[in-house]
Design a binder for this molecule. Structure first.
Ligand SMILES: [Zn+2]
Length: 743
């Protein structure tokens, strides 16, 4: 029997076993997957990474373009219908970067990552973009320095208690605690005129392990480049919100753009931060604010006085996405889209090439299977994105350009980014939670040889609370996280409502190279994943997802985990309002009792927190009623699917197609026409990046953020909006149940 014939037999077996509509597993073609695994070769990952990371390849660089050419040539050679799509975007690069202390001592920051003999690409300094924050405003400012911890809103409340105002001053914040773009935004909202962001060794350096090149962790010169675009407002090219940045697109003027910072920002290493922080006086920083530098951390302001001068070349750059298509056999208009970015801040071996080379090997294997006679039922689209680092530019502009077609045809988007040794991690649409668990159960960890799901479960047991442990032992599926932002899934999920997943391995690969000149082939092959075995494991995982999604008789969406998760989110926002009410009452009482004043050290400045208006009782009933309906319809769906499975009956082809159409519309039903308050680009009513967390997700974001910011009227309105969305979703689940139950 030749291979082609064997697969034909298998397809029939798979269809006959397809009655259980809710599980992809029941249509798993294990022979095809074995064959797929057999093709994967870690040597390819290694040689592609070496080539792709041989020079800095940021947006607009020569090597970025060479990499696009190499990837498109390979996609073509593997049989994909391949094109390169170009967009024109605003991409500032550094022109002037100056940071000096003028009092009480003088010090000039080096702002450089010196070459290391142990790292062969670290000497390419002439080709690389030095440490800077992309989309920082231009500015030349001098002022007293204030340490603001992570620079998130609650840190400024702590400063208020100590009578410290950042107005007219320059703040220094450590990386962590939020997405970096939040720090200059919040600093500017409080009147600061400049912002320095540094990597504290407590979170990112010698506190965690030996530093590079002895170990993996950030050394004293390592600085974290990165975008400070206000991405929670919109992602993509700042000049073309909501539309593709094609040649003829309408463009905003730079002065009209709301997502560029209003004050200058610069990232520095801990060797550059140490003299500045060491020269601060004023109150000793709260315990939780102290890092791992050998100083007593003070808040300031002053006597450290700094001069910060940052300007950029505000140029346009061309970005190039590589798109490779393998047309589906029977459902060509249902697309499984798979992507990873290829641009980097410097050489980017870990971020993003470790994920990209795994995806390339996956694509090569899929292409080879197709040459051997197998053909996916649905269309598979591989995407190597450009311009992710400045602000998800490549994926966002592609999604905005092809929005109408993607809304009709994109069934699922699977994203990955950096990858390394360690644990399986998955986030995304909860309609795919059961599907993800099924795949993770079938992939073995390369070092411990148990399933990657079992290994993750073991870690979760040891790290979890008593309640978590109970759930881990009793619940059928491991939970997947909800997605905020930080990689290319965002435009698919949150801007056009396509079900999305973000998949990767990590946790044992050491940190420390992120967005630095030391994120190199040498670093990655010593610490990241030396044998590329987790790269292969990633390819096995996402490859299985692509094969199963492309060939399942019905898309493997399930609503049980989704509805249960929504129930938790509804419970959380109700509890949030109750907890805030109790905390507000208690706080106001403590102020009335003069507790703060009497407990404070009389020799120190202390300002009581302000009294706050009591938290009203919100009417959550629209949301609770919608949830009831969602739960009823989901139960009906689950019963109907179970009965169908037990009957051994196979749904008709038209029924399968009708179900696919419903499932493909499901994620979109969770979006609204108007989007979130103040940020219409984000239309998903269940998942969004937080306005003040950036990467961190806010679930039921309209409701949750209105409560958190004490906008009670808006909270009431958003409860109705979220309820309406859940009603729409419940309607689709009901229609699906009806098709399944049809005799
Ligand atoms: Zn990345």
């Amino acid at each position: 029997m030749n291979a082609r014939r064997r697969w034909a037999v298998l397809v029939i077996v798979a269809l006959a076993g397809s009655a259980g509509l809710t599980y992809a597993q029941e249509s798993v073609d294990t022979l095809l997957e074995k064959k797929f695994d057999g093709i994967l070769d870690p040597g390819n990952l290694r040689s592609w990474m070496k080539e792709l990371s041989s020079h800095p390849h940021h947006v607009g660089s020569r090597h970025d373009r060479e990499n696009v050419e190499m990837i498109s040539r390979l996609f073509r050679s593997w049989g994909f219908d391949t094109r390169v799509e170009e967009f024109s975007v605003l991409f500032p690069t550094p022109r002037i970067r100056l940071l000096e202390m003028t009092a009480p001592d003088t010090f000039r920051a080096g702002l450089a990552e010196p070459p290391l003999p142990e790292d062969s690409t670290s000497g390419l300094t002439a080709e690389e973009l030095p440490p800077y924050n992309c989309y920082s405003a231009d500015g030349d400012v001098t002022g007293d320095l204030v340490y603001v911890n992570y620079g998130v809103p609650k840190d400024y409340e702590e400063l208020d208690r100590r009578g410290i105002d950042v107005k007219g001053k320059i703040v220094i914040a450590r990386y962590g605690g939020s997405w970096r773009g939040i720090k200059p935004k919040v600093a500017a909202e409080h009147g600061a005129i400049g912002c320095i962001i540094y990597s504290d060794p407590r979170d990112d350096g010698y506190f965690n392990g030996d530093v590079y090149p002895k170990g993996a962790y950030r050394n004293r010169f390592g600085a974290q480049r990165g975008s400070v675009l206000d991405m929670p407002i919109y992602a993509g090219d700042p000049l073309t919100p909501g539309v593709g940045a094609t040649a003829d697109a309408h463009r905003l003027k730079r002065e009209e753009v709301k997502v560029i910072t209003t004050i200058p920002v610069l990232p520095v290493s801990y060797s550059d931060a140490l003299p500045l922080l060491g020269a601060l006086a004023g109150p000793v920083a709260p315990v939780a604010w102290r890092g791992a530098l050998p100083i007593t951390y003070h808040c300031g302001p002053g006597p450290a006085r700094v001069h910060l001068h940052v300007t950029s070349n505000w140029d346009m750059a061309t970005i190039r996405d590589v798109i490779g298509v393998l047309p589906g056999r029977t459902r060509p208009d249902e697309w499984i889209v798979r992507g990873n970015h290829q641009d980097a801040w410097v050489c980017g071996a870990a971020d993003p090439l470790s994920g990209l080379v795994a995806m390339m090997e996956e694509a090569r294997a899929v292409g080879l299977l197709a040459r051997g006679g197998w053909r996916p039922a649905r269309t598979i689209v591989y995407c190597a994105w450009d311009g992710e680092e400045p602000g998800l530019l490549g994926s966002t502009e592609w999604v905005e350009t092809h929005q109408a077609e993607l809304e009709r045809k994109a069934a699922v988007y699977i994203n990955s980014d950096g990858n390394g040794r360690g644990f399986f991690s998955a986030g995304g649409s909860h309609t795919l939670e059961k599907f993800v668990n099924g795949v993770a159960r079938d992939v073995d960890d390369p070092e411990t040889h148990v399933s990657v799901l079992a290994r993750l479960k073991a870690l979760s047991l040891l790290e979890g609370s008593a309640e978590d442990r109970k759930e881990l032992r009793e619940r059928a599926d491991l939970r997947i996280g909800a997605l905020g932002s930080g990689s290319d899934y965002s435009p698919f999920l949150q801007h056009i409502g396509v079900a999305a997943l973000n998949i990767g391995y990590g946790g044992e690969n050491g940190g420390g190279s992120y967005h630095s000149a030391y994120d190199s082939f040498d670093h990655y092959t010593r610490f990241g994943d030396p044998g590329f075995v987790y790269g292969i494991t990633q390819a096995r995982t996402t490859g299985r997802m692509v094969l199963r999604l492309a060939d399942a008789p019905v898309l493997p969406f399930d609503f049980g985990d989704f509805t249960e998760t929504i129930g938790r989110y509804v419970g959380e926002v109700i509890k949030l309002a109750d907890d805030m009410r109790a905390a507000t009452e208690e706080r106001n009482r403590e102020i009335g009792d003069r507790a703060f004043t009497l407990a404070a050290d009389p020799t120190q400045v202390w300002v009581d927190p302000p009294r706050r208006d009591p938290v009203p009782h919100l009417d959550f009933s629209p949301l609770q009623n919608a949830l009831d309906r969602l739960q009823r319809n989901t139960a009906r769906f689950t019963d109907a699917a179970g009965a169908l499975r037990r009957s051994g009956r196979t749904p008709s082809e038209p029924a399968c197609r009708a179900l696919d159409a419903l499932y493909m519309s499901f994620e979109r039903s969770l979006t609204t026409a108007t989007g979130l308050p103040g940020r219409p680009w984000y239309v998903h009513a269940i998942y969004a990046p937080g306005k003040y967390t950036g990467y961190g997700v806010k679930t039921l974001p309209g409701v949750r953020e209105a409560i958190e910011t004490r906008k009670w009227k808006e909270a009431g309105e958003q409860i109705v909006v979220a309820a309406h969305v859940l009603e729409k979703a419940a309607g689709i689940i009901d229609s699906a149940a009806e098709i399944i139950a049809r005799p």
